[in-house]
Design a protein around this ligand. Structure first.
Ligand code: FES
Length: 119
């Protein structure tokens, strides 16, 4: 559901701490929304900057995720590869309000509006 500047993508209870959920967008792309064990939420394009591994299937440690393909660690805050690895996955601004998750609409408006993400 589109609500002004923010796109409501559903209740926070849809994502267990330490895991992620994906949202399909146009062109076969996905956004991965992560819920950390600390209770923080982050959204990134669901592609590792190395060889496009599905970050949503990685293991979340603090505010990073380990890619399931070759174990690069990616910052959930910035999308940057950690350590000696180089590369960056785009992040999507998001917020949590009253137990619901919202993505910044302008960051995803075209693809998400076309694919109709269910709340
Ligand atoms: S694709 Fe992610 S570490 Fe290689």
């Amino acid at each position: 559901m589109l609500t002004g500047k923010w796109l409501d993508i559903g209740p926070t209870t849809q994502i267990q701490p330490g895991s992620a959920r994906t949202l399909p967008v146009a062109g076969g792309e996905e956004i991965a929304v992560f819920h950390t064990m600390r209770g923080e939420f982050y959204a990134l394009v669901n592609k590792c900057p190395h060889k496009a591994g599905p970050l949503s299937e990685g293991i979340v440690h603090g505010d990073t995720v380990s890619c399931p393909l070759h174990n690069w660690r990616i910052s959930l805050r910035t999308g940057e590869a950690q350590g000696d690895d180089k590369g960056c996955t785009p992040t999507i601004p998001m917020k949590v309000d009253a137990g619901r998750m919202f993505l910044l609409r302008e960051a995803v408006v075209g693809p998400v509006a076309q694919s109709g993400v269910a709340a």
